[in-house]
Design a protein around this ligand. Structure first.
Ligand code: ATP
Length: 239
């Protein structure tokens, strides 16, 4: 597998506060990769930096051989990076279908858009049943499906998900994770997953990074991470 994303020494600030303190990592094309870390470790800030919602003060980000740091966010989306933000931010006053179409706002291939709406409905049949319903009236789990579907409508090569399991029932978490696996396998979409639910994330990812206070302290296969005593103690609740 070739390297899809190459991150080198990025530093990202909130005003004077350095949240990301020189982070470097690679993501291979077609992989499912997870970033583990406690509250406030900087996981969300890394995703925001990759999608250009925040600019790094230092460092470089290379996506499929091209430097992307500092580009406008819509350019990043057009190049094939989509983010599912934390908190299930649907457009409350738009229908499910209108929400999905918002994800395709940079596209004008009508037939392709229609095909991809059908693909989203295939992943999440409940969204097809509720296509005309206002997204704001849906349950938390259904809203999570809408935001994942909306991100897919941009046809991402790299899909980044921020805490997709937060606040969902264990059954729903399992369902969402099965879909994430299918998206990876059926469309060869590379996945970068930020999670506090470490057991779930490690169960589908092949590689993981552990982030502490803005620094990567472990970078290894998930198998090795799961065998690590610190990971077992702090992230898997074993012992
Ligand atoms: P969580 O799981 O709680 O979302 P996280 O690992 O995603 O945590 P970040 O949200 O990336 O962490 O936050 C990293 C650091 O940056 C934290 O110390 C946080 O307090 C700080 N931070 C985050 N957002 C802001 C902001 N808007 N202004 C100032 N500091 C912020």
């Amino acid at each position: 597998m070739s390297v899809m994303l190459k991150v080198r020494n990025i530093e990202t600030y909130y005003g004077p506060i350095m949240a990301i303190k020189g982070v470097s990592f690679d993501i291979l094309e077609g992989a499912v990769v997870t970033i583990l870390g406690a509250n406030g470790a900087g996981k969300t800030t890394i995703l925001k930096t990759l999608s250009s919602i925040m600019d790094p003060e230092k460092g470089t980000i290379e996506f499929m051989g091209r430097r992307i740091e500092g580009l406008p966010p819509e350019k990043i989306v057009a190049m094939g990076i989509s983010q599912v933000p934390e908190g299930r931010e649907v457009f409350h006053d738009l229908t499910v279908k209108e929400n999905l179409l918002m994800g395709a706002y940079l596209r004008n291939d009508r037939a392709g858009i229609k095909r991809d709406i059908d693909m989203v409905y295939d992943y999440f049949p409940i969204l097809k049943d509720r296509t005309g319903q206002l997204a704001g009236d849906m349950s938390g789990g259904q809203q999570q499906m809408v935001v994942i579907g909306r991100a897919l409508m941009a046809r991402p090569k790299l899909l980044m998900l921020d805490e997709p399991s937060l606040g969902l029932s264990p059954l729903l978490v399992k369902e969402i994770y099965q879909i994430i696996e299918r998206i990876n396998q059926e469309h060869n979409t590379t996945i970068l997953l930020v999670e506090q639910n470490a057991p779930m994330a490690l169960s589908i990812a092949s590689h993981g990074f552990v982030l502490e206070l803005g620094r990567i302290v472990m970078d290894d296969t998930c198998q090795a991470l799961m065998a690590n005593e610190d990971v077992q103690e702090f992230y898997l609740g074993i012992k």
